[in-house]
Design a protein around this ligand. Structure first.
Ligand code: IPE
Ligand code: IPE
Ligand code: MG
Length: 249
């Protein structure tokens, strides 16, 4: 196994193959500021941000990282002006339609997490198609958090568990971490080892509140559309220098 990992194409020599994070989560922030700096409308930043995400996905795959989760739209982002929200929904749909064949080619399994029922119906259709078509792929697990909120995810898990109890399928004493995780959107996915946030904000913004319990955090001032291979490399070098204690000594 290790020999195989070491043989990964393009892995920079200063990264240790068997100390790579298995799951990277990313808060893609700073699209609006990137565009503003250039005197362009915010939506231009979102468009460029898609290219950054594609590059990162490919890089994770090449460097032996098994899972990438990206925060695309939060439950709080509905509070933005209508035209920006509408643009984002159309952008998600268009990108998904355009990229599906390539995701298939690259053996990517894509999954969307969040309150998907509240998304436009046409976007829901593309999401269902992409998840179904790629479900049997065996490559990188790519998760896109769309209309996602960590608090909302925890509440819906509580509701699902409460219903199981009400139906007599479960005793309250049987609720433990493992059962709780099975009721989260991310069931079956291991917790992120590394959380990256771009654009310098030092906060979680309601992302993966449960799953990030012991993730290493890497925050860079670089704005999302400028986050490239080199930036990702730096984040991984930083990650590999950390001593993860998990509360022990
Ligand atoms: C992140 O960039 C993308 C989304 C939240 C959809 P922003 O749009 O938050 O960009 P800034 O933070 O305003 O620069
Ligand atoms: C977090 O970014 C949400 C996404 C990246 C989708 P925001 O720009 O919405 O976060 P705040 O408002 O700065 O906390
Ligand atoms: Mg932002």
């Amino acid at each position: 196994m290790t020999a195989n990992l070491t043989a990964r194409p393009h892995l920079p020599p200063d990264l240790v193959a068997d100390r790579m994070p298995r799951h990277v989560a990313v808060i893609m922030d700073g699209n609006g500021r990137w565009a503003k700096k250039r005197g362009r409308p915010r939506i231009m930043g979102h468009k460029r941000g898609v290219d950054t995400l594609k590059t990162l996905l490919r890089c994770c795959d090449d460097w032996g990282i098994g899972a990438l989760t990206a925060y695309a739209f939060s439950t709080e982002n509905w509070g933005r002006p209508n035209d920006e929200v509408e643009f984002l929904m159309v952008l998600f749909e268009r990108v998904l339609r355009r990229e599906l064949a390539e995701l298939m080619n690259e053996n990517v399994r894509i999954r969307f997490v969040g309150n998907l029922q509240a998304l436009p119906l046409s976007l829901q259709g593309e999401i269902e198609r992409a998840m179904a078509d790629t479900a049997a792929n065996t490559g990188i697990q790519f998760t896109v958090a769309t209309n996602y909120g960590g608090r909302q995810e925890i509440i819906q898990a509580c509701q699902a568990i409460a219903h199981q109890i009400k139906r007599g399928e479960l005793e309250p004493e049987e609720i433990d971490e493992s059962l709780f995780e099975q009721n989260l959107y991310t069931q079956g996915l291991e917790d992120p080892d590394l959380l990256i946030r771009t654009s310098g904000e030092m906060r979680i913004s309601n992302f993966l509140l449960w799953q990030l319990a012991y993730a290493e955090m890497y925050i860079t001032d670089t704005l999302w559309p400028d986050f490239d291979h080199g930036e990702f490399h730096r984040a991984l070098v930083s990650f590999q220098q950390r001593h993860r204690r998990f509360g022990k000594l």
